[in-house]
Ligand binder design. Structure first.
Ligand SMILES: [Zn+2]
Length: 402
């Protein structure tokens, strides 16, 4: 099968990559561009904003009057590139088919690639969908296609929750959702959850010669961290394996720790951040309860010395795990459209679990490879974009979702 990428898809992908939508920036340039593009085709977009109106989700239905159909979901934000060694401008959206770096020079790159932050993760998917908007509008399919483009995915899937709530308010009940994260166009039916928490520990400070009158915040934090490590060892030892993941059990990890002001002061404050990456078959709420219960037991002795000493936990990111099925109609549809008999699992978090938890059968399938995402010299091959274009054109022509 030969795959041909339309000029329009490539140009739109370049246009979107050139917009700086790192998660700590506004994404309105991109969202307004998509809104205006769709408005030119007579399609109205619904925007749902964050609290300070600097970012928005966009939801649009293509094929007015048709039955609700498949959502094409993508996030508009990207990770930053600070400190990364890029050989091209991350916003250049340059297309090249010759070696970029010395490391690359050892092998011949025989396929053209689109370079830039967000090229693989995941503006190209949005661009190819947008380039084929007229096809979705004019198709003879009885089903509409819905665009759901979110903000703040990379920092914890925050935007999409409002988008889904708004969709429900509007009484729109899509049949299925395809999340176009980079899977090399192989339908992915599961990923782990990602849950991050901050733990602030309050102790009681004292001169370090007077430890009995103090509560050492670092030492108490370390006890809870030790508990987390024991839990992680327990997952590795005891958890039923979920084969297919690189790490086939849940993990726990502490990512940051801050505490202490001087060698001779018992520290009053400490703070650390940790995460669970839970299997779709494991209960992350139970994991977190176990940590909190452990901390509460430790608090009893702390409060005897200082009544306001203790632990405070704060969730900072909650990306639910995703578990679809090879038997779901949307998975089989994605397999047919991609010409791909396999399914896969992915090691990264996506919005798929949030759509699935909202009652919408979901699959993850998009162009490019996650090994290029978040990396310097991120790229997607034009061959992958062409496959994506075939996939979406096939969707426009789909008369039945089964
Ligand atoms: Zn992504």
């Amino acid at each position: 099968m030969s795959h041909v990428l339309s000029t329009r898809s490539l140009e739109l992908a370049q246009t979107l990559v050139r917009m700086n939508t790192v998660s700590n920036h506004s994404n309105l340039e991109l969202v307004d561009f998509v809104r205006d593009h769709l408005a030119g085709l007579g399609v109205r977009s619904r925007l749902t904003y964050n609290a300070d109106k600097t970012k928005a989700n966009l939801f649009a239905t293509l094929g007015a009057g048709k039955k609700a159909g498949v959502i094409l979901s993508g996030h508009t934000d990207t990770v930053p590139w600070d400190g990364q060694a890029w050989s091209v401008d991350p916003l250049s959206a340059i297309v090249q088919d010759w070696p970029q770096t010395d490391a690359d020079a050892e092998r011949v790159i025989d396929e053209p690639r689109l370079y830039g932050r967000g090229s693989a993760d995941m503006k190209s998917f949005i661009a190819v969908a947008l380039a084929n908007a007229e096809r979705f509008i004019e198709s003879e399919s009885p089903f509409a296609v819905h665009f759901a483009f979110s903000y703040d995915e990379e920092v914890g899937c925050f935007g999409v929750r409002e988008l889904i709530a708004d969709m429900k308010d509007q009484g729109i009940k899509p049949l299925a959702c395809i999340v176009g994260e980079p899977t090399m166009m192989v339908p992915a039916i599961a990923h782990k959850g990602v849950y991050r928490f901050k733990c602030c520990v309050r102790g009681k400070e004292a001169h370090s010669s007077l430890t009995p009158q103090s509560v050492n915040a670092i030492e108490m934090a370390a006890r809870v961290i030790g508990k987390l490590r024991d839990m992680a060892d327990g997952f590795e030892r005891d958890e039923p394996r979920y084969e297919g993941f690189d790490v086939p059990f849940s993990t726990a990890s502490v990512g940051q720790f801050h505490g202490g002001i001087a060698d001779n002061v018992v520290p009053r404050d400490a703070e650390f951040r940790y995460e669970f990456r839970n299997l779709p078959t494991s209960d992350v709420a139970k994991m977190q309860k176990e940590v909190v219960a452990y901390a509460q037991r430790a608090e009893v002795a702390m409060k005897k010395v200082a009544p306001d000493a203790g632990f405070r936990f704060e969730p900072i990111c909650e990306v639910p795990s995703f578990l679809g099925s090879a038997h779901d109609a949307v998975t089989r549809l994605a397999q047919r459209l991609a010409g791909e008999p396999r399914t896969t699992l992915v090691g990264f978090g996506t919005e798929a679990g949030i759509f699935k938890n909202a009652g919408i059968p979901t699959v993850v399938c998009g162009p490019g490879s996650i090994t290029q995402a978040h990396q310097p010299d991120e790229y997607v091959t034009l061959e992958q974009l062409a496959r994506c274009e075939d996939f979406l054109r096939g969707l426009a022509a789909t008369k039945e979702i089964r």
